[in-house]
Design a protein around this ligand. Sequence first.
Ligand SMILES: Cc1cc2nc3c(=O)[nH]c(=O)nc-3n(C[C@H](O)[C@H](O)[C@H](O)COP(=O)(O)O)c2cc1C
Length: 231
Amino acid sequence: MVDREPLDVLEAIHSTPARRYLGSDPIPDEILWELLDAAIRGPTGGNSQSWGWVVIRDEEKKATIANWWKSIFEATYGKADPSALEQGGRVQTGAFDKVVEGETGLDASGLRSVTYLANHIGEAPVLIVPVLRDVVDQNESTRRGLVYGGFIFGAIQNLALAARAYGIGAPLTTFGTGPELDKLLDLPEGAASMAIIPLGYPVKGRFSQPRRMPVEQVVHFDTWGSHKGRS
Ligand SMILES: Cc1cc2nc3c(=O)[nH]c(=O)nc-3n(C[C@H](O)[C@H](O)[C@H](O)COP(=O)(O)O)c2cc1C
């Protein structure tokens, strides 16, 4: 049995941020199976389990995916100079000009970590692509599509929490998913790649509490807008 931290479930929930600074050390197969076996304990509507979990270790495929990931990142956030970022410099291009240190959204350190991942995702030892079957249908309403997302994200969080117990980072990303990725992985008709989750041992940062708005601010009692203090 490989070393696993004995973590209380609430402790794990409160200490699993998106760890994006991942090294390239390999993840033992035994642990990989543990993580995936935890993921598939997650829920699906009617327990349909209409999913598949693609484990990508092939260097060529990882490099292709890394390129897609980076180009979508740059389209979203703008170009940043990775060498300046790695030296801790402040980059004044693209989204870095727009960083707002508010209650929501990525702050400067969050953006730095996404930028790091954009430049290093292909170095993670494993990329996991969760796939949902029978979801690509032109006639589906958007709302049904929204519900389908729920078929996979509970399981993805299980994966992140199980990874946390082994000291492994498993940040959820959706950049790079789409028809090209579906084709690269030879997915069956009607199936869609839902995320790309790099797995790796973090080389920077720590398992700290995710930063969120206060719970009292986002919880409503009986009617929207009716807040209460926490007793
Ligand atoms: C549906 C969804 C898609 C996401 N896509 C990306 C992504 O493409 N790239 C990325 O770096 N993070 C992605 N994230 C992670 C969020 O940025 C992250 O959960 C959020 O910033 C909170 O981070 P924290 O838990 O470390 O505080 C995604 C999260 C969700 C729920």
